[in-house]
Write a protein that binds this ligand. Structure first.
Ligand SMILES: [Zn+2]
Length: 281
């Protein structure tokens, strides 16, 4: 139910605040944003420096966006800016969102030295890889390609490794921006949701890598595969086979590294898998 109150020529929305799910917003958390509106215009929205792209659902009455908070985001209050229309008729649904700290661990691990101090040939490949990834992540489908809940890419035990601060060979520190599944080499890896394959090839650190675009700046990334079974440009349904897990790239052993990226933010895959999207689209 929508009602508008005209105050000094400006419409203020009542009963249609933007809600966030999960309601407790943590660093690394994916968030389903929602508001109700009878306007058919997509709002102008941004959060933490990233453009938020809402899409209409249920005949245009409901508006949703699948967004999130980067694992390295500063905690404290943030402004979620949402403005529908412009000028006198605009409706401002902006609100403050508190970012709570998530408690991620620290771990040390050992990998072959070539991954900590890559030689000149490797550096060339790493440079080419990062240019390619920048190109891939610069474009995404203009509408959501996902439908319903995300599902785990493998039948294998997940770990709580997302967000762990890692020390490689006692030197290089980085934050683990994905979720590791303990999958033996050869385990089928499936699309977590419907989308388009935008990268399917070997990379230096990622090994055999498949990136699926789910639209509006959301991707899932599967790394270290022993075999790739899809081609770039191919459309995938939820659960469709994209390859087999393995131990290619920078690994300590066979596993599936699965990452969720929204724009340039990395989100906790475990939290995305728990998010109920069944009634959205
Ligand atoms: Zn990993």
């Amino acid at each position: 139910m929508l009602a508008f109150l005209l105050v000094a020529g400006r419409a203020y929305a009542q009963n249609n605040a933007v809600t966030l799910t999960p309601a407790l917003v943590e660093a690394g958390s994916p968030e389903l944003l929602h508001f109700e509106s009878s306007r058919d215009a997509r709002p102008d929205a941004d959060w933490l420096g990233r453009k938020v792209l809402f899409f209409p659902a249920h005949g245009g009455h409901d508006w949703f966006a699948l967004a999130g908070v980067d694992v390295e985001a500063a905690t404290g209050p943030s402004v979620l800016r949402v403005v529908i229309g412009s000028g006198k008729d605009s409706i401002d649904l902006s609100r403050t969102v508190e970012i709570h700290p998530a408690h991620y661990r620290t771990g040390a691990l050992t990998v072959p030295p070539k991954f900590v101090e890559p030689g000149p040939e490797a550096l060339k490949q790493i440079e080419a890889d990062s240019k390619l990834k920048a190109k891939v992540f610069a474009a995404s489908a203009p509408e959501p390609l996902w439908s319903g809940n995300f599902r785990a890419p493998v039948v294998a035990p997940p770990t709580d490794s997302f967000g762990t601060r890692r020390i490689f060979n006692g030197k290089l520190a980085s934050i683990h921006k994905g979720m590791d599944f303990r999958a033996a080499t050869g385990t089928p890896v499936r699309a977590g949701n419907s989308g388009v394959v935008v990268l399917a090839r070997p990379l230096y650190y990622e090994g055999n890598c498949v990136i699926v675009d789910h639209g509006l700046g959301l991707w899932t990334i599967s790394m270290h595969l022993s075999r790739i079974d899809v081609k770039e440009g191919q459309h995938l349904a939820t659960g469709e086979l994209l390859g087999l897990s393995g131990a290619t790239g920078r690994v300590t052993g066979p596993h599936l590294h699965w990452a969720v990226r929204w724009q340039d933010a990395y989100l906790d895959p475990a939290k995305l898998l728990k998010l109920d999207l069944s009634g959205v689209r």
